[in-house]
Write a protein that binds this ligand. Structure first.
Ligand code: SF4
Ligand code: SF4
Length: 375
């Protein structure tokens, strides 16, 4: 396992993202604890020492579960990251103080190694400051309860400079991968954070799995160059080739993924010029599919008025754009929706989407596509 130094500690370059644990069959949030525990412990045994969870993950059960598993490991050898859910907070500082207290209980620890303001844009940063939540967490850092204080960024790249200037931060977590570098202007975000000498933690290196399910053409370009390399490993190596990246988070939910990632990071090898050129072509092909840029984070759920499983509808649609199997797509679509066209365009889900996807508009368009198929 590759490591980098940060604040006199060895941090594994591969971090375990705790948002995508294996789930109990039939549930969209209940953690399959036996499987997830085995993965966490195996990752630790193979050198992973950075574990990233958050208050809302898995219906607010992720922290408590992670705390129970990590308690069995030497505390000084692991790094725990968790986050203040700024966007969920309705009652200001008092609510945030209660959440922070509960997080220490959940994680069975008296300090957090990496603590983040969760999924914020400029508005979220202003809310953190005006509510006193930033000052409260800054005090916790001075007391040593938080070792490193940062934020995970979901906003306009042009705002990040101002956001960094609004506080004193130790790191920033960015959505970074070879597609978003241009699509979401992540290049600007990365360069701005780097200019401020703050290390970058990477989330969504494979875009919620989208960069592992590419078109056959894209896959054959990659396999022709290197038949042994997994498709995911290209994305991990791309992002690790950026010098200011400290940790790359991967939401590993099965053993094969974990083993593949461990191979990629032991040690991680920078991409050469030919490989970078290949990923430029793959990016071009990816953007041509015009898929919905959903990362399956579930922040938009539930869809209270129509009961739509939003990320799954986007997933089957994106798969259809790659495999062109209209029969399968229509069947899956109709099994997910009562009558097709269930979305009532209330747009309530859209505020929560960190990718700024126009969910209502996409739902309409997907419905038109499905219904126009003669199967
Ligand atoms: S806009 Fe559509 S998908 Fe979103 S919450 Fe409303 S009904 Fe559900
Ligand atoms: S639509 Fe947006 S909020 Fe919902 S799962 Fe996809 S990326 Fe996440």
């Amino acid at each position: 396992m590759d490591f980098k130094q940060h604040n006199n500690r060895n941090i594994s370059r591969l971090g375990f993202g705790c948002m995508r644990f294996p789930l109990v069959e039939g549930s969209d949030w209940k953690i399959d604890e036996e499987k997830a525990k085995a993965l966490l412990l195996d990752a630790y045994n193979k050198g992973v020492n950075y574990f990233d969870t958050a208050y809302p993950y898995h219906n607010r059960t992720s922290e408590e579960f992670v705390g129970r598993v990590l308690k069995t490991l030497p505390r000084e050898e692991i790094n725990i990251a968790t986050k203040m859910p700024i966007n969920m907070i309705k009652n200001g500082l008092i609510e945030a103080e209660g959440i922070f207290k509960q997080q220490l209980i959940n994680l069975q620890t008296d300090y957090i190694d990496y603590y983040l303001l969760h999924a914020i844009n400029l508005e979220g940063m202003k809310k953190s400051i005006e509510s006193g939540i930033y000052d409260f967490l800054d005090r916790k850092r001075k007391e040593g309860v938080i070792k490193n204080f940062g934020f995970s960024f979901h906003g306009y790249a042009t705002d990040i400079e101002e956001m960094i200037g609004m506080g004193d931060f130790d790191f920033v977590q960015l959505q970074l991968n070879y597609v978003d570098y241009s699509l979401q202007n992540a290049k600007l975000s990365y360069e701005t954070v780097t200019k401020h000498n703050l290390p970058v933690m990477v989330m969504e290196p494979v875009r919620g799995g989208a960069l592992t399910t590419l078109t056959p053409e894209a896959i054959s370009i990659m396999k022709n160059y290197n038949p042994d390399a997994s498709i995911a490993s290209w994305a991990f190596r791309w992002v690790s080739s950026l010098d200011n990246v400290l940790v790359v988070l991967s939401g590993m939910n099965d053993q094969a993924q974990l083993d593949d990632n461990i191979r990629t990071f032991s040690p991680v090898i920078k991409l050469n010029k030919d490989e970078i050129d290949i990923l430029d072509k793959v990016t071009h092909l990816f953007l041509q599919t015009k898929n919905v840029p959903c990362t399956k984070c579930h922040y938009c759920m539930p869809c209270a008025l129509a009961g739509i499983d939003i990320p799954t509808v986007f997933e089957i649609y994106n798969t259809y754009l790659i495999d062109h199997d209209g029969d399968k797509f229509k069947k899956e679509y109709l099994s997910l929706t009562k009558n097709g066209g269930d979305c009532v365009s209330c747009k309530r889900c859209m505020k929560a989407c960190p990718q700024s996807i126009n969910i209502a508009e996409n739902m309409k368009q997907i419905d038109r596509s499905a219904m126009s198929l003669n199967t």
